[in-house]
Design a protein around this ligand. Structure first.
Ligand SMILES: CC(C)(COP(=O)(O)OP(=O)(O)OC[C@H]1O[C@@H](n2cnc3c(N)ncnc32)[C@H](O)[C@@H]1OP(=O)(O)O)[C@@H](O)C(=O)NCCC(=O)NCCS
Length: 199
């Protein structure tokens, strides 16, 4: 049960101590469709530096004993790069009043027990403790229906996200670069934004 796991927000030094474990989780979990991420330590160090440095950032860690088995991240949107903030500002959002959710990653053996739900409630609670946020947003990769690596019967997380109170922001997109399993180098992926009202 999720109750047997320790699920708690980590900030400051506790957050920094868990970044290497978070990198391992991201590399392991994001190999699967739709991410197909051929992870590298160098990429992780660049990417996760934002969380180490940004005031207001959080990792919600799920720990089984000493082992980090899942994690979800968040930070005030204003700390994200222009490529992420610009489309949201163009859509009329006040970047300074938006809290941004990064990834949720959970090892397969621990799924279906409510941990993913906790990742959303704990990040929202963190954003509310910080105060000053009208919305939470995240973005998710968009893969074509006929992508050769799409597993038969793949169920997208749309329903799960809707049940967390999020809705798609139609036409609001950005691009993230990473190296797919089948690629020699990084390429840009189309990401679509989802939003939830917090006010
Ligand atoms: C996304 C992810 C973190 C979800 O984690 P999870 O712990 O399996 O999700 P949960 O168990 O909390 O919730 C899944 C569903 O099971 C339900 N559930 C909750 N407690 C449950 C329980 N004790 N038993 C069975 N189902 C339960 C939830 O209500 C939810 O259904 P709903 O959306 O209809 O409300 C996990 O699947 C994952 O790591 N996926 C790969 C990475 C990924 O895609 N990340 C991006 C996500 S933002």
């Amino acid at each position: 049960m999720a109750d047997a796991l320790r699920i708690e927000p980590l900030t400051g030094d506790a957050l920094r101590r868990h970044l290497a474990d978070l990198a391992d989780l991201r590399i392991a979990v994001f190999r699967a469709f739709p991410y197909l991420y051929e992870g590298s330590r160098a990429y992780e160090e660049r990417y996760l530096a934002t969380y180490a440095d940004a005031p207001g950032s959080v990792i919600v860690g799920a720990r089984d004993g000493d082992r980090l088995v899942g994690a979800a991240t968040g930070l005030p949107l204003r700390h994200e790069p222009d490529t992420v903030t610009r489309p949201l500002a163009d859509a009329g959002l006040d970047v300074g009043r938006v809290f941004y959710y990064g990834e949720s990653v959970l090892l397969p053996d621990y799924r279906g027990r409510g941990v993913g739900v906790r990742f959303f409630t704990e990040r929202e609670a963190h954003a509310r403790r910080l105060g000053g946020f009208d919305h939470a947003v995240f973005c998710a990769v968009d893969r074509p229906d006929d992508h050769p690596r799409r597993p038969a019967g793949h169920v997208p997380l749309d329903g799960f996200w809707r049940n967390r109170g999020f809705r798609p922001l139609p036409g609001v997109t950005c691009r993230f670069s990473w190296r797919d399993l089948d690629e020699d180098g990084e390429s840009e992926k189309l990401m679509r934004f989802w939003i939830k009202d917090l006010a």
